[in-house]
Write a protein that binds this ligand. Sequence first.
Ligand code: C3B
Length: 825
Amino acid sequence: MTAETTPPIATREHTVDGFVREFLRELNFGQGVDLTRASVNDKYLAMARTVRHYLMTRWLSTLRSQAKLQAKSVAYLSAEFLLGRQLDNALLASGLEDIVSEGLESLGIDLEELRQAEIEPGLGNGGLGRLAACFIDSLATMNVPSIGYGIRYEYGIFKQTFVDGWQVEKPDDWLRLGSPWEFPHPEAAVKVNFGGHVEQYQDDDGVVKRRWVPGWSVLGVPYNYMVPGYDEGRVNTLRLWSARATRAFDLEIFNSGDYAEAVRAQTFAENISKVLYPEDSTPQGKELRLQQQYFFVACSIKDFVDQVLPQDFDLHKLPDRIVFQLNDTHPVIAVPELMRVLVDEKGWDWDEAWAVTKQCFAYTCHTLLPEALEVWPVDLLGRLLPRHLEIIYRINDEFLAELRVAYPHDELRVRRMSIIAEYPVRAVRMAYLATVAGTKVNGVAALHSQLLRDKVLDDFAGYWPEKFTNVTNGVTPRRFLKLSNPGLSGLITEAIGDGWVTDLDQLKGLEPLADDAEFRRRFREIKYANKLRIASVLEQRDGIVVNPDTLFDVMVKRLHEYKRQTLKLLHIVSLYEKITTGKIAVADVTPRTFAFGAKAAPGYVLAKQIIALINAVGRTINDDPALEGRLRIAFPANYNVTLAETLIPAADLSEQISLAGKEASGTGNMKFMLNGALTIGTDDGANVEIRELVGDENFFLFGLTEPQVAEVVERGYHPSAYYETNLDLRNALDLIASGAFSGGDRATFEPIVSNLLNEDRFLALADFQAYVDAQARVDVAYADSEDWTRRAVLNVARGGFFSSDRSMRDYIDRIWHTYPVAPEA
Ligand code: C3B
């Protein structure tokens, strides 16, 4: 037998006995313990490795067929992949669920306990990172050749704790108990350079060229993760890079006898992949962050060009083999990096290299907040990546020359479109660079893409209208319905079969059942069971008691002013104020549980004050006997993917109340819809499409529209005017200002109140009355439980569009032009 003909021996016996044998073998040989002495962690690790074995045949055959067929692949470049726990998804993908529960039971092991032992890899901040994880799941399920490239942060998103209601961050040491899902390949480490300078030289033909003389370098070690598709699909790869010191680097210093300095140097190199930056939507121009960005894209491009492609591959054909999808601006430094590889390393001339490079990238923009568009000061970029800065300058020079031909009498426009900003400091606008280099630029919801064209990138859309497109976000129905809501997915499958798991449009088949009283009864029963489930989780996890016989009103997302958690809070405080002053009878209040989940960026002072205020209001109203337990705030700390998976299926009402024109898409909104919550929301992001699909009558719309917001701002917004004229609003704000929630201390929350009264950047006060009115409509609707359930069922039935499988189809049709390739049998 030769290496080529040797069949993989990774097949495993799909029987209970076979599984039990595999599991015990892992426990004994992998963990070195026997069952009687095994800890929960031993059992979890052995279990994870066993399940992994069952996926191995598919992974190896995916890799084999990829090497053979060389089909065009998508490389999804993303600084974040917020994966969530792996075990359940791997069980689902391997079709092992039943076998495993039976097998473990026969051994007296509680599967649930093993599930809980898994620490989720929190390698992302929020929506953008979770979207990347949904996308790679869909790509594998749909048999699309693809590879995810990112960073293996040693510490993921911080663990949030509350001390006296204030957020305190703790490091997320997610690797501490072992990491059974990864395959490290230190032997395949890749070298990445930084710093130094650029020099001129003559090549063998006497041509004057420029090359980079780097100052220092690190190694990138690849860690591979399986990305298993559902139901016999491909098992694609996620390759995350970890930084290590180069041997040359420390040998040199060791030889000089300075042991301490050598160790310090090592730590310095390894810092690059040490920690995920916890800023969501507002990047900080930190040098280490640029190091991270360059580190992972340089590793990835080198990996693809030198390892994934065959050795004799003609790089002129690169665009037929790959499309690098830039997930926001974080990986955009990949553009000059590919140019550098082609020009400096492969010796191509500039035009030839640019012609290929500009066919290899596409760019997804995830924001509309101007402060969220990354900009790198040229002095910083030039210090760290001097050759890349030169390349960017040349790309820009040629681009501006082209523009001057197109707009000979509009130098202002030409300057507006420059990749290099001159003010307040000279800096590289990464979004512009991505737009110039990308074959396509897409926003993440219809409204967002429109606003990108009309506002943020309007000059570019005018110049290249065909470059701009939309792909509305989606979420994976495997994790966010099938796995997270077994009750509802069982009911759905009973009604329409299980084809919906990979073809979510089939949920349409549920529509007629909205009018079926028995179906509705069962649907309600499941919602109730989901409330009991989260109630027990919250009690054990956080010591929080909630009443399942209440309307579950849920707002979970990062804490950001534009998302307007304060608007939600003002509604609660206003209700409380009216009850305690006798304006409304407590018996007339719809019993509600207000659930919050939100992390604030550690340096975002106002956001942290808002967290403290939510907790303070919670303490006050939860303990106030006057409310007779009818209103309660539940704010569990450390909201993450794992908690989302139990909280969202229990929700009745989904809060999507950002200021119109600020939330690019939202993806939580889609998860709630698919789990049978109704939305109260503004005309923003994907809410617009949710409302169109579910129908106005099944959505609680309120608030200014984006054009109205623009008009108000244009006229000059004065939040205090709303305070003066709206008594309820005034009473709510006065109550906060009075110290009612801070033990009489008026100073604690004064910054929040004064910010709202004097600045209120996101127009919370302008939308207050509309929001309160919409909540009154919610109360009325909820009182008719049959009709509420009918609407909830319609939300599920009409939510199929929001599958990330559909998003992937759109990317394939509009941007990537790749084809599915099933793994070899
Ligand atoms: C988010 C946006 O804020 C969301 O509206 C959007 O749904 C997701 O991306 C996914 O597209 N986003 C983020 O999480 N982090 C950023 N840096 C920018 C946008």
